[in-house]
Design a protein. Structure first.
Length: 184
């Protein structure tokens, strides 16, 4: 079975000068699945929900579409990445997951703001039997794997531990390019 590492690129990297560096770092590599955050696209969903008062399930589905928008942006910034949807065969090069609200509904993922792209990345990593999940964040204290500390700081969502069970994971700061070392 192919070794897989899932990298979640936080929406906070949207306007970071490091974003192209990360994307170049992954381009063309095998066994890498990138999960996009929602960034400013998800922020617009939050504003729309506040303005119009629609339910959390609707907002969650819209936030998943915000992740797709961010993912499309990542694909547009780096031609060495390929789009990928759950159920498709993983190609040999690095991919950007384009999540679909209907698929997540069928998979039983609850529609709530408690479940952000961090938890979805953990769910996907477990689903793919990934070797590791790396959450790339912009927060100054973003590093390590002390879940309680990271949740208390608001760096990782409260539902993450539900979806990350049995998974090797860590958080790294956007300024630290993480090398993936394939094993034997």
């Amino acid at each position: 079975m192919k070794r897989i590492t899932v990298y979640k690129i936080g929406g906070s990297l949207f306007d970071s000068p490091k974003l192209p560096d990360w994307l170049r770092h992954f381009a063309g590599r095998s066994g890498i699945v990138i999960v996009p955050g929602g960034g400013p696209f998800a922020d617009q969903v939050r504003l729309a929900q506040k303005r119009w008062g629609f339910d959390d399930l609707t907002a969650h589905r819209m936030a998943v579409l915000a992740m797709r928008q961010y993912g499309q942006m990542l694909l547009g910034l780096e031609p060495g990445l390929e789009p990928w949807r759950l159920g498709e065969r993983l190609p040999e090069s690095a991919v950007v997951w384009l999540p679909e609200p209907e698929v997540l509904d069928r998979e039983g993922i609850p529609g709530s703001w408690e479940i952000t792209s961090d938890s979805l990345a953990a769910w996907l990593a477990n689903r793919l039997e990934a070797e590791e999940l790396v959450l790339i964040k912009s927060h100054p204290s973003a590093s390590g794997s002390d879940l309680k500390r990271l949740q208390a700081l608001g760096i990782i969502d409260r539902a993450f531990d539900v979806y990350s069970g049995g998974l090797r994971w860590r958080v790294c700061h956007r300024d630290e390019i993480v090398e993936w070392e394939p094993g034997p």
